[in-house]
Write a protein that binds this ligand. Structure first.
Ligand SMILES: NC(=O)c1ccc[n+]([C@@H]2O[C@H](COP(=O)([O-])OP(=O)(O)OC[C@H]3O[C@@H](n4cnc5c(N)ncnc54)[C@H](OP(=O)(O)O)[C@@H]3O)[C@@H](O)[C@H]2O)c1
Length: 269
């Protein structure tokens, strides 16, 4: 198969719910062909059918469904093997799959906390490194979902906040390394978003409403606009943007107890 006949594809991890699902819908509206990745096949298959039935999805193949636990041994290689170079050109990579756990590090399960690092840090890094050489040049895009949590240590969610600081740091370093290559990297740094993330994190009922969580559709759209524009970083929402600027300037001796009180308030509902 020559270049013209290869299927041009955008990979979206964590496309079975929340932000990833909205990012996939947004990409489909823009005309991207997709590979949808997450552990649960059913919501991925439903999303693929939904997209195939939209006006943008007609006259093109339905999005590929790739059910995978990305933290399993060899999963990143298995994903790329499902998209052989002869048949697929990768035009975008959306590293969105991730999770967090609320609670003190000395009280949360050790395994669960290491799983956060495995998915949010190791898998995101591995997939980025594996896909970079295969991305379309010029024009290839990487969107890494970090968080507002990237801008401060997070007592009460320590491993999660640290994992997102890594995602932001890694992504921003790549923007510099890739200058002039035709590939751009964008870090999306949302504040609270209304998704099942908070259930998995162990949040008390009603927390999303209390936090005034943003809609996943709006955050996904902000991320995609920034990705298309090749921006280094986007922090949707004026308050979140302000926090992202102030937190790194605030002395840690003030910030840490403030964050601890804030997280304890969240945990108690
Ligand atoms: N919600 C927020 O307030 C918020 C704020 C800032 C940043 N974020 C970030 O946004 C990203 C998306 O989260 P979300 O809010 O949309 O949460 P979500 O609805 O829980 O989505 C998480 C996605 O990751 C997938 N996933 C989890 N473990 C996986 C694994 N081992 N292998 C493959 N896929 C896996 C899940 O699918 P399966 O369960 O089917 O595997 C799901 O599709 C995360 O990186 C999160 O840290 C969220």
């Amino acid at each position: 198969m020559n270049d013209a006949t290869r299927r041009k594809i955008a990979i979206v991890t964590g496309a079975s719910s929340g932000l990833g699902m909205e990012i996939a819908r947004g990409l489909a509206r823009r005309g991207y062909d997709l590979a949808l990745v997450a552990r649960r096949p059913e919501p991925l298959a439903a999303l693929s059918q939904e997209i195939a039935a939209t006006p943008a999805g007609q006259n093109r193949p339905a999005p590929l469904v790739v059910p995978l636990d990305l933290t399993a041994l060899g999963a990143v290689d298995a994903l790329l093997a499902a998209l052989p170079q002869e048949r697929f050109e990768i035009v975008a990579l959306i590293n969105n799959a991730g999770f967090g756990l609320m609670g003190r590090a000395d009280q949360l399960p050790r395994d669960g906390q290491l799983d956060i690092l495995d998915l949010n840090v190791r898998v995101l890094t591995d997939l980025t490194l594996a896909v970079m050489p295969r991305l379309t040049r010029p024009g290839g895009r990487i969107l890494n979902v970090a968080s507002l949590a990237a801008f401060s240590p997070g007592p009460g969610m320590a491993v999660y906040f640290a994992s997102k600081a890594y995602v932001l740091s890694f992504s921003e370093a790549l923007t510099q390394e890739l200058q002039g290559s035709g590939v751009t990297v964008t870090a999306l740094c949302p504040g609270p978003v209304a998704t099942p993330f908070w259930n998995r994190a162990g949040a008390p009922p009603g927390l999303m409403r209390k936090m005034g969580a943003a809609s996943a559709t709006d955050v996904a759209e902000a991320g995609l606009l920034a990705m298309e524009a090749g921006r280094r970083r986007v922090t949707p929402g004026a308050l979140n943007w302000t926090i992202s600027k102030l937190a790194p300037l605030t002395p840690r001796s003030w910030l840490l107890p403030m964050m601890a009180r804030f997280q304890a308030g969240r945990k108690s509902g």
